[in-house]
Design a protein around this ligand. Structure first.
Ligand SMILES: NC(=O)c1ccc[n+]([C@@H]2O[C@H](COP(=O)([O-])OP(=O)(O)OC[C@H]3O[C@@H](n4cnc5c(N)ncnc54)[C@H](OP(=O)(O)O)[C@@H]3O)[C@@H](O)[C@H]2O)c1
Length: 267
């Protein structure tokens, strides 16, 4: 365990968005095991409350469930005001909540796309901005932003806006990591390939083209890899050898090849 923003409990605090399932639930469990108090954010309140009680019982930490829809404009500011009024400073911010939308962009639901961009980009950016002053004042803190191997690709025909949102997260976090150099505060982009979670079903892409033949990693391994890179102060990490190769090849020119490969994968 590490951290300086000790609250009355004497333990450091981590805020995890999208903490009710998949990767977010793994981050929460692993941080609880490491002795962090937690603020758990997701929309569904019943499961979140049960999960928080379970973490408290198993790990003797404090876990506060906060049911919040981060796809609404200004939601992240409202969330920060709500948790700020209770007093916690955040040692670790994990911007994990994210959704995907699959299918041709011309036939996509505009409202759903706006919500996805609010969640994947704006909420992540706002929470980062809100957390930084406190961390910089103490000269301590970690921000872990969940991007994707998709962030390295030239584009994702079939999931165009989702891929672009993950490129934003990667670019933003790398630049931020550089800006934060020597401050004691770090920013890390976690860029996983396919993971065994409900993400693909929710995105309506469980049958997506060749993608279904690509091995999916366990959320526990991906979360552990992200937390290791975060503690080491790395600007980005791609868990898994195959995913590293995908990230490397996806960023190589000419970009038409990456676009075509991704189109086939997502078709
Ligand atoms: N699974 C993959 O293959 C994969 C690969 C690369 C990157 N990623 C990224 O990994 C992150 C986590 O995804 P996952 O695979 O763990 O998916 P998941 O199992 O579907 O979990 C998504 C989490 O986000 C929460 N969430 C969704 N919409 C929200 C909203 N509007 N406001 C607040 N919370 C919301 C969900 O809870 P509620 O529904 O209760 O709100 C849930 O806790 C995402 O950023 C995703 O882009 C996933």
């Amino acid at each position: 365990m590490e951290g300086k923003n000790d609250m009355s409990s004497g333990r450091p605090t981590a805020l995890v968005t999208g903490a009710s399932s998949g990767l977010g639930a793994e981050f929460a469990s692993q941080l609880a095991e490491d002795g962090y108090d937690l603020i758990l954010v997701a929309r569904g309140s019943n499961f979140l409350q049960r999960f928080a009680r379970e973490l408290e019982a198993n790990h003797r930490v404090r876990a506060t469930p906060v049911a919040f829809d981060l796809s609404r404009p200004a939601a992240a500011d409202e969330l920060w005001e709500q948790i700020g009024s209770k007093g916690p400073c955040i040692d670790v911010l994990i911007n994990n909540a994210g959704v995907g939308i699959s299918g041709p962009f011309a036939r996509s639901d505009s409202h759903a796309t706006q919500g996805m961009l609010e969640l994947n980009i704006n909420a992540l950016t706002t929470l980062t901005r809100r957390a930084l002053p406190g961390m910089l004042e103490l000269g301590w803190g970690h921000i872990l932003n969940v991007s994707s191997v998709a962030g390295y690709q030239a584009g994702g025909p079939g999931m165009a806006a989702y891929y672009a949102s993950k490129s934003y997260v990667l670019s933003f976090t790398r630049a931020l990591a550089r800006e934060l150099h020597s401050t004691g505060v770090t920013a890390t982009a976690l860029c996983p390939g396919p993971i065994r979670t409900s993400f693909w079903t929710a995105a309506g892409a469980q049958q997506a083209g060749l993608l279904r033949w690509i091995p999916q990693m366990h959320a526990a391994h991906v979360a552990a890899s992200g937390l290791r890179a975060m503690r080491a102060g790395r600007a980005s990490v791609v868990p898994g050898v195959l995913n590293k190769l995908t990230a490397f090849l996806g960023a190589l020119p000419p970009y038409r090849i990456s676009l075509e490969v991704n189109r086939l994968l997502l078709r």
